[in-house]
Write a protein that binds this ligand. Structure first.
Ligand SMILES: Nc1ncnc2c1ncn2[C@@H]1O[C@H](COP(=O)(O)OP(=O)(O)OP(=O)(O)O)[C@@H](O)[C@H]1O
Ligand SMILES: [Mg+2]
Length: 385
């Protein structure tokens, strides 16, 4: 009968095709049990529950163990690495630390826009806030970190863009409106293609978006987070220890509860919370009448609880949604709409909160000789579905 150590050695033959290391080295072998009957149970930890290469591991582990003398059967089961274990894995892969110094040296403020819950308006707030900060004379970039449900290319009217690569082999972000620099996974994949990838790949993609994109000098880099408190937020927290968190919630108590969880996560990964934006804060009908569709006061309650300012209450208005669909943020299209005004207040509040954090640096020389790059960009190894 083989010993646990012998089985562990045999499992070094099972390679994670994405990370190109064996599962023992990656510490993905959770447990090995050898029964007197010769049956061996192996539990493998995956980075995500829906890991697409699960069956690869299943077969690989079964074959490796079956080949050992005395083994009569193999049961392979799976669990998922904890956030802490994922963090360790990323560090092990050399991707754990913050960005190399200088990568975002000319970016003064990074603001992550998030909420625990989906559909509360993170992306709409991000796009409009970008326009509002630009209107205040700020240089703004938008990083769409929602790799599964990216929406910034559409909301900022850059649907068909393909980023270019400059002479320094850095990716030039397409520009929207009055010079808002935008980067999104949506620029790199065919429309509506599904993005299926796991934590470490996600980490790498985000790292490339931060490191290999020529953001230039920015006052604000706004990061549109996906719903939830998962991998992306963890990754960004590791990469961007100085980022701040802008929490979007609706006035509803349930949304607020979820938002609080996401605030707790932000605090855990040491992202400072800049403030709260209450979105869908009543519906303003075209005649100006306001209806509190989702109740009242949730944003203020959350802000008070967290000890941070409520930076704005953005009502639901039809034009906000229409303009998002049309590709021009409402703030740019109709700055006097009540929702646009509210976002402009958020921008002013944010500016007041974020005095210039770093000395203004010389902007880099304009890149010359741009080439349009194919969907799979040169110099980038973004994992595609
Ligand atoms: N204040 C508003 N007035 C009108 N429509 C809004 C408002 N805020 C958001 N919407 C609409 O609600 C929908 C969801 O908004 P959005 O995509 O910004 O949310 P999200 O939090 O980014 O969602 P996800 O969690 O899926 O990323 C969109 O159709 C958007 O146009
Ligand atoms: Mg979104």
């Amino acid at each position: 009968m083989p010993t646990q150590d012998q089985i562990r050695e045999a499992l070094r033959a099972v390679i994670d095709p994405e990370l190109r290391k064996d599962i023992v080295e990656l510490e993905m072998v959770r447990s090995i049990d050898v029964h007197p009957t010769g049956v061996v149970d192996v539990m493998v930890s995956l980075t995500t529950p829906g890991c697409p290469i699960r069956s690869h591991f299943q077969t690989g582990v079964a074959n490796a163990v079956k080949a050992l003398d005395g083994v009569t059967g193999v049961n392979v089961s799976f669990d998922v690495l904890s956030d802490e274990e994922k963090g360790n894995l990323q560090r092990k892969l050399g991707r754990g630390g913050p960005l190399p110094s200088g990568a975002l040296a000319q970016v003064k403020n990074v603001i992550c826009v998030g909420s625990g819950k989906g559909g509360v308006g993170k992306s709409s707030v991000t796009a409009n806030l970008a326009a509002a900060l630009t209107a205040e004379g700020k240089q703004v970039g938008v990083l769409d970190a929602d790799v599964w449900g990216y929406s910034q290319p559409r909301m900022l009217g850059l649907g068909a863009q393909r980023p270019k690569v400059n002479e320094q082999r850095r990716i030039v972000p397409p520009e929207a409106g009055d010079g808002i620099k935008v980067m999104s996974i949506g620029f790199f994949i065919e429309e509506d293609a599904a993005v299926v990838w796991r934590g470490p790949m996600l980490h790498k993609a985000l790292q490339q978006f931060l490191e290999d994109v020529d953001w230039g000098a920015l006052d604000y880099l706004l990061v549109d987070l996906p719903p939830g408190t998962g991998d992306v937020s963890m990754t960004l927290a590791q990469l961007l220890p100085d980022a701040r968190f802008l929490l979007v919630t609706t006035p509803q108590p349930v949304a607020q509860k979820v938002a609080r969880r996401s605030a707790e996560m932000a605090t855990k990964v040491r992202l400072e919370i800049a403030g709260v934006v209450e979105n869908m804060s009543g519906f303003v009908a075209p005649d100006g009448e306001r209806y509190a569709l989702f109740g009242d006061g949730g944003g203020q309650l959350l802000a008070d609880e967290l000890g941070v300012p409520l930076l704005g209450k953005v009502p639901l208005t039809m034009p906000l949604r229409e303009q998002a669909d049309a590709g021009t943020p409402l703030v740019a299209a109709d700055p006097d709409d009540p929702a646009a005004q509210a976002v402009r207040d958020v921008a002013k509040g944010l500016i007041a909160l974020t005095p210039v954090a770093l000395p203004v640096m010389q902007s880099e020389p304009e890149p010359a000789g741009l080439n349009v790059i194919p969907p799979r960009p040169v110099g980038m190894s973004l994992p595609m579905a």
